[in-house]
Design a protein around this ligand. Structure first.
Ligand code: SF4
Length: 238
């Protein structure tokens, strides 16, 4: 079985996919989002620990009784697609043990190994960070075309998908953006849920510890009223 680098593990998470989930945050990311909450996962090796896929699944199995009907294992990051072979081995083994598999990704890497990973993925949480290519390029570091192509692949493979977007005041907290996000969902039958997540800044301490600037550190966080208002545009999917 393959080996990979893991930044951290959350034994019983409730916000990264349906139900109660064992969440492994894989180390390394190809993007540099200006709103990133986890800059400490960017560098491929960093402070990460090396695990075999088997070791990860064995850890998850200990919590199986908590997963019930819809919980399971989630691979997040960083960007789990960068370690697609490792992730595939984890998911293949998890599914053999009857554990549901969920991938939390930016959808910004597409290759043969990623396609193999999707064959053993029960659900994808896909970050559609912005709905304009210019904002993607400026604030995430990739073209919007790649995650959209990734979404087309998910649609063709019929993989249940949750679209996620972090709402950042002055950048994407407007009706036009949310309406476009709704249209993207509408055009892909695989999408059954949309999660709008408020931008927050508790990660500032990570940037300080790394001695780098938090690019969006000066932006405000959205109010509850604004979040509730924007959610009304996608209420069909909330
Ligand atoms: S894809 Fe995720 S981990 Fe990578 S830079 Fe963007 S927000 Fe951070």
């Amino acid at each position: 079985m393959s080996k990979g680098y893991i930044h951290s593990i959350q034994s019983l998470g409730t916000v990264d996919g349906p139900g109660v989930r064992f969440v492994a945050f894989l180390q390394g990311c190809n993007l540099r989002c200006k709103c990133c909450h986890n800059p400490d996962t960017w560098v491929r090796v960093g402070d990460a620990k090396e695990f075999t896929a088997e070791e990860v699944v064995n850890k998850a199995v200990r919590f199986k009784e908590y997963f019930k009907d819809n919980g399971g294992i989630t691979l997040s990051g960083g960007e789990p697609l960068l370690q697609a072979k490792f992730a595939t081995d984890i998911f293949t083994s998890a599914k053999e043990k009857g554990i549901n598999t969920c991938l939390d990704t930016s959808g910004s890497v597409i290759n043969e190994n990623v396609l193999s990973l999707l064959q053993v993925t029960d659900r994808v949480l896909l970050d559609i960070k912005y709905t304009e290519d210019a904002l993607y390029k400026e604030n995430a570091g990739c073209s919007m075309e790649i995650p959209l192509e990734f979404l087309r692949i998910l649609n063709n493979m019929n993989i249940p998908t949750t679209l996620r977007q972090v709402i950042i005041p002055t950048v994407n907290d407007n009706e036009e953006n949310i309406t476009k996000l709704y249209d993207i969902a509408k055009n892909h039958n695989c999408v059954d849920k949309i999660e709008l997540l408020p931008f927050h800044k508790i990660c500032q301490t990570k940037y300080d510890a790394m001695n780098i600037t938090f690019p969006f550190g000066n932006l405000p966080t959205p109010t509850k009223e604004k979040m509730d208002f924007l959610k009304t545009f996608v209420k069909e999917y909330v």
